[in-house]
Design a protein around this ligand. Structure first.
Ligand code: PRP
Ligand code: ADE
Length: 238
């Protein structure tokens, strides 16, 4: 029989989904800080016009819809990690559209418009290009080492479950371009900080970071030297 820990190390063994995922993302015990009806992000989103108030309401409803689609997998990809699975959002066109609209609303309300959206391999590639298109910005990838042709800049980093190297093509961002970095999740912040350092090495002006979700008990945002926005509230430490 497969032991729980060896099962957790084998991605194929986590199927079927119903057997190992929690049925849905469990409700948090704390008020959701990403909703404007709760306090912490309210300063960013105080409505100053009926149009803005309507957009804030729309954003709030989209967040509630998206949160319900998330799933968690305990002990993946290694024992002790509670893995947040965002893929159901992309399996449903209505949720997918809701995600892009929510991010578009956020960026248009509270950030300067970027020239370039930089997405991190691999899950930042799922929505970075669509968001860039909506914003009228370019899309540039940060990839794991050895995947990009031509001259590249490289940065090593540690993440919640391992270590790796990121690369960007040396001409990916032009000096002075305004850059927004996007990824699905910020955990320890190691991946995002490495991406930020690459953008700065290329001379980009980093406007900030946008994530779908943050594991806030890991305090990853403390590693980042630019504004951080998280669409959905995070898991709590088990
Ligand atoms: O904040 P951190 O501790 O750095 O962790 C967050 C990173 O970890 C995951 O990527 P992963 O490297 O697992 O790659 P994938 O997207 O290719 O699955 C996630 O998509 C983030 O990029
Ligand atoms: N707990 C987690 N779930 C999903 N992706 C992650 N990347 C780093 N930590 C993660």
């Amino acid at each position: 029989m497969t032991s729980p820990s060896s099962k957790a190390l084998d991605p194929a063994a986590s199927l079927p989904v119903e057997a190992s995922a929690t049925a849905a993302h469990p409700p948090s015990h704390k008020p959701d800080p990403t909703l404007a009806s709760n306090a912490s992000q309210r300063s960013l989103t105080v409505a100053s016009s009926p149009q803005l108030a309507g957009q804030m309401k729309e954003l709030e409803n989209l967040k509630i819809k998206l949160k319900q689609a998330l799933r968690q997998f305990p002990d993946f990809p290694s024992p002790g990690i509670l893995f947040e699975d965002i893929l159901p959002i992309f399996a449903d066109p209505s949720l997918h559209e809701s995600l892009i609209r929510a991010l578009e609303l956020h960026v248009s309300q509270s950030q300067e418009k970027p020239d370039v959206v930089v997405g991190l391999e691999a899950r930042g590639f799922l929505f970075g290009p669509s968001l860039a298109l909506r914003l009228g910005a370019g899309f540039v990838p940060v990839r794991k080492q050895g995947k990009l042709p031509g001259p590249c800049e490289t940065a090593g980093y540690q993440k919640e479950y391992g270590e790796d190297f990121f690369q960007m093509q040396s001409d990916g961002v032009k000096p002075g371009q305004k850059v927004l970095i996007v990824d699905d999740i910020i955990a320890t912040g190691g991946s995002a900080a490495a991406a930020g350092s690459l953008v700065k090495k290329l001379g980009g002006s980093l406007l900030g970071y946008v994530f779908i979700m943050e594991l806030d008990f890991l305090h990853g945002r403390d590693k980042l030297n630019a504004p951080v926005y998280t669409l959905l509230s995070s898991q709590e430490k088990l």
